[in-house]
Design a protein around this ligand. Structure first.
Ligand code: CO8
Length: 266
């Protein structure tokens, strides 16, 4: 495994075709300063540029207390309305880079995932968490609203009514409740088993045809929130695109010939 620094606060470790991205700013509970957001954007854009060399990404926070405790509140304090919009826009660019990556990204939450931290996790494909974690959108406590996709992705994850309850109250929920409402898909007793569990899932995904996983992700991301016909049009086009890949011919042939497929990731 190799480690690469992306600014002081974000590091990327590579283990074969897996990338582990760690937000490492424990003094501020990994809060998303503009520098952290810019570093995350650069990381996900460079992982995208690697194409099929990246088969899966784990996104986590360092320090043992937090995934991310939100946007950096100190950095928000003096902003004009226009600068507030710009900070929201930067967050959305990070989310778009994560969603635009064809490899799956699992948010590995160990501790607080609050405000922009929960929104960052929601931009990932799904969330795994340790039992001792907590989740919330506390922006209204600060006179703010979620600005990094929370009003859009939280209702898709948990339904409109539960999202409204969480956003209007700013209440924090624990992992057990987050699992029960479908916000977290799997929970683990500690950090070590969390990371091992996420790796195991990415290994399972990595054994499949990478172009098919990427096409499915594209439709799942882009179809969310569209009207049925417009969403199914995306699926139709992507289903057709699968027929352009070697791996689809190989996967179908292997089934017919009763053998294991040999995928090449293209
Ligand atoms: N921003 C900046 N610093 C923070 C943040 C934050 N979000 N969260 C914690 N810190 C700092 C604290 O100031 C403290 O620093 P110091 O030691 O220098 O005083 C250090 O981290 C440790 O925190 P606490 O002492 O507060 O630790 P506690 O265990 O007492 O409390 C909590 C932990 C409950 C997590 C508490 O720190 C807290 O409530 N944090 C703020 C959570 C929050 O409100 N988050 C939402 C922020 S707003 C937001 O995310 C808007 C999203 C839109 C963004 C658009 C672009 C991305």
């Amino acid at each position: 495994p190799s480690t690469q620094e992306n600014g002081p606060d974000v590091r990327v470790e590579r283990d074969g075709r897996l990338a582990i991205v760690t937000i490492d700013r424990p003094k501020a509970l990994n809060a998303l300063s503009p520098d952290v957001l810019s570093a995350l954007l650069a990381v996900f854009e460079s992982l995208a540029a690697e194409g099929s060399a990246v088969r899966g990404v784990l996104l986590t926070g360092a320090g043992g207390r937090a995934f991310v405790a939100g946007a950096d509140i100190r950095a928000l304090a003096g902003l004009t309305p226009e600068q507030g919009e710009d900070s929201s826009r930067l967050g959305h660019r990070v989310a778009a880079a994560i969603e635009g990556l064809s490899a799956p990204v699992i948010a590995c939450v160990d501790g607080f995932a609050l405000g922009g931290g929960l929104e960052l996790a929601l931009a990932c494909d799904f969330i795994y968490a340790t039992d001792a974690s907590s989740f919330g959108q506390p922006e209204v406590h600060l006179g703010l609203i979620p600005g990094f996709g929370g009003t859009v992705r939280l209702p898709r994850a948990v339904g409109l009514a539960r999202a409204k309850e969480l956003i209007y109250t700013g209440r924090r929920i624990d992992t057990a409740e987050a699992v029960s409402i479908g916000l977290v898909v799997r929970s683990f007793p500690d950090r070590e088993s969390l990371l091992a569990g996420a790796r195991a899932t990415l290994d399972e995904v990595g054994a499949n045809a990478a172009p098919a996983v990427g096409l499915a992700k594209r439709v799942l991301v882009d179809a969310a929130g569209r009207r049925t016909e417009s969403a199914t049009d995306l699926e139709i086009a992507a289903f057709g695109d699968a027929f352009r890949t070697h791996d689809m011919r190989e996967g179908v042939a292997a089934f017919v010939e009763k053998r294991d497929p040999s995928f090449m990731g293209a």
